[in-house]
Design a protein around this ligand. Sequence first.
Ligand code: ADP
Ligand code: ZN
Length: 437
Amino acid sequence: MRYQYWDEKTETMPRGELEALQLDALRAAVARALGTTYNAPRLAAAGIRDSSDIRSLDDLRRLPFTTKHDLRESFPYGMLAVPKEEVVRLHASSGTTGVPTTIYFTRKDISRWSSNMARSIFASGCTSADVFQNMITYGIFTGGLGLHYGAEKVGMLVIPAGPGNTPRQFRMMRDYGTTVVHSTPSFLLHVQSKMIEEGIDRADLKLRKAFAGAEPYSEDTRRRIEALLDIDVYNSYGLSEMNGPGVAFECQAKDGMHLWEDGYLAEIVDPDTLEPVPDGTVGELVLTILCREASVILRYRTRDLTAFYTEPCACGRTHRRIHRIKGRTDDMLIINGVNVFPSQIEEVIMSTREAGNNYLIQVEKEGALDRLTVKTEVGPEIFMDDARPLNALRERIRHALQASISINPKVELVESGSLPVAEGKAKRVVDTRPRDV
Ligand code: ADP
Ligand code: ZN
């Protein structure tokens, strides 16, 4: 395969040069952080009073971690490192886990973010000849505008479609000859189900690629979307604290996401001890954004679980790859004392051919015990009024789940299209157990 690069020099830079560049950028970031009311005392407490205290990249570990709590404490302007007149935009997180956190951008910050995005989009093999339908939420959430600016930089024709309204999405795909879409994996699965329902002929569409991100999904889900929609799906990772999308993205080798290390310093740590884990081991991703002027965030604990690849990529890029995000540390369910990640359940459902495209995980208290119920839509070839194949399918899913998560769940099969579909990030878990306080 021939790989294309947006910025070949940076993307294939020898590690030594890349690290020299990171060290300079880290010093500059620390200098800016020292100028903020929130971070100056925190850095001083760690013995860092001047950027010259950072002598090597190893000194990164002397810096305090930043958590969502810090971002809330310093709200609204405690971490702002430039005068407010220089700020041109703000974005906030989706608030999946509480009060949203706010990030500010100067004009240069927006331009850098767009370049990272353009680089990511180009790595997936797209060009200015593509027509890009951006089916993700616009507005204060970073997904919409992030990809939008990057795609414009590449020169693609961008349709700022936003999510929802599948009949309109299909109409636009057909009318404008859309070749690339961007969405959450759950919405892409929903689009495929709707395509069948609305009798859309795939042959009328020119779709060839999709970017899918904003929420965790398994390799089985990727394969399912690719097979059902007959497209190539590229994994896109980012978070608002680190600009938004464009932190890490898959290249055409489609084997892990390149984390753009000229813009981010990445560590993977054990979430309990906060010590680094060996390469290849799963831990919590910690990110430092290097060249942002307005919001300087050092050692941000993403709570996302992943591992570094240990081998270089076939595409020739030198920026390290991370594995598909396994989930968030705070996604983990403890059911009767057993740790379960929703991604383990997703894998089983998505690899069961007769299962449909949507599912819901319910956890409730039943007496002293926790009860796990997995509701799964069935695929189009299963008839709800034919009990035998339905029972067989239910048993198969139950067995596979039990083998994977060591818990015996209740499995309920429901009609295709009957479970709720979110326009943004999917809400897959309903946990009604009373919380300990
Ligand atoms: P919130 O933390 O409120 O959800 P964001 O909208 O910034 O805020 O979402 C960022 C989070 O979304 C990431 O930390 C990660 O948990 C999740 N995410 C984004 N892209 C992916 C992806 N490709 N795979 C898995 N999870 C992702
Ligand atoms: Zn690659």
